[in-house]
Write a protein that binds this ligand. Structure first.
Ligand SMILES: *Cc1c(COP(=O)(O)O)cnc(C)c1O
Length: 388
């Protein structure tokens, strides 16, 4: 069989490379899910998720990629005539429209261009103008555009108006220090495969007491469904049983990734993501390239999105980096296809060594493709930025 060559480095926007420790955890024996040893692992892993989220809210681990958690929140909360304000600053924000409409929410949109972020003031204006709005959905870190929304401020405005928030923080968790309580996140959804450096396949969800009440008051409450968050409350949270068989091995992988984060400490872990992202931006600028985000302040620490320079195409650049040098990065997709490429610095790639390699290969590839950049200029600027 003529199989494809694997990359030397996976620096894509997720799933990201995982550490040897996570790989070892994934290879542990598959336990029966009601084995007391697995119940202990699952319970401990939920506690670790709470610690990484810095929350006392209940945690539910749904057994599917984070899209499951995002759809489950919509299915568990929305119903006919329920007004939902959806904040759109990128592909994932826009994508949520589909779930809102599918579950009969009455759709209201507040949108900005995909290189911008939503201001809390604009959210306040929308909520003040329409007191019937019951829910607000927002993407904390818009991975496809490399931008973040001011979640803390938006969450505070939602609280002022008694609006329940559904927050996609799939690539936000691990890239900023926050807690759902402080940031007004009623249902926060994350995944292991981005900044946490774990394997894909799980939805990490925190649920506030207000959000539980809202799910219970929905007519009728969503139960007996793969999309039901309440099923997990009735089974796991009430009595340590499962609504169905969990993804045993993936839970091991998540546990190992969370332990790694917590042993380093959240502040340090996040600080490393922020410092490497900042250094990456300095490197990009030193090469004469432009950041995709309209302003430095709205750049996230998960990936750095770079506007595509003339003279080469996103497809050619990514193919060249992958085929010639074994470095896999992400491009733009959907509306952003061809317009940008993304440098990855999540999980173990939030490290100067990965950044230096990535920028070095980017420089080499740009020169190969006829884009005039000075070899070493980006790496040098990035490494200078890391001083101290
Ligand atoms: C990765 C990610 C998800 C999960 O979506 P996939 O396309 O299945 O990877 C959801 N939201 C955001 C912001 C993400 O970055």
């Amino acid at each position: 069989m003529n199989r494809k060559k694997w990359p030397v480095m996976n620096l894509a926007a997720g799933p990201v490379e995982v550490s040897p420790r996570v790989l070892r955890a994934l290879s542990r024996p598959v336990l029966y899910h009601y084995d007391p040893a697995f119940i202990e692992v699952f319970d401990d892993t939920c506690t670790l998720v709470q610690k990484v989220f810095q929350t006392k809210y209940d945690v539910v681990l749904m057994q599917g990629e984070a899209i499951l958690g995002l759809e489950a929140a919509a299915a568990s909360l929305f119903g006919p005539g329920v007004k939902v304000l959806n904040l759109v600053s990128g592909i994932f924000g826009k994508g949520y429209e589909h779930f809102i409409k599918k579950y009969s929410g009455e759709y209201i949109e507040l949108a900005v261009p995909y290189n911008e972020s939503i201001s809390a003031e604009a959210v306040r204006a929308e909520l003040s103008a329409d007191p019937d709005i019951k829910y607000l959905s927002v993407v904390h870190s818009e991975t496809p555009s490399g931008t973040v929304n001011p979640m803390k401020e938006i969450g505070a405005v939602a609280r002022e108006h008694g609006v329940i928030t559904i927050v996609d923080t799939v690539s936000g968790l691990g890239s900023e220090v926050f807690s759902p309580e402080d940031w007004g996140m009623d249902v926060a959804i994350s995944g292991p495969q981005k900044c946490l450096g774990g394997p894909p396949g799980l939805s990490l969800i925190t649920v506030s007491p207000d959000a539980w009440h809202a799910m219970e008051r929905r007519a009728p409450p969503l139960r007996g469904s793969f999309l039901s968050i309440l099923d997990w409350k009735d089974s796991w949270l009430a009595g340590k049983t499962f609504p169905y068989t969990p993804s045993v091995s993936t839970v091991y992988g998540l546990e190992a990734a969370l332990l790694t984060v917590l042993e380093e400490g959240i502040e340090s872990y996040v600080g490393r993501h922020q410092a490497v992202a900042r250094a990456c931006r300095r490197g990009v600028e030193a090469l004469g390239l432009e950041l995709w985000a309209a302003r430095e302040e709205i750049c996230g620490a998960a990936v750095t999105a770079v506007a595509m320079p003339d003279k080469t195409s996103e497809k050619d650049l990514r193919r060249h980096m992958r085929e010639r040098y074994g470095v896999m990065i992400s491009g733009g997709y959907g509306e952003l296809a061809g317009k940008l490429f993304r440098l990855g610095h999540m999980g173990q790639a939030a490290h100067p060594a990965y950044l230096a390699a990535q920028l070095g290969i980017l420089e080499r590839s740009l020169v190969d493709l006829g884009v005039a950049v000075e070899l070493g200029a980006g790496v040098g600027a990035a490494m200078r930025s890391l001083e101290g």
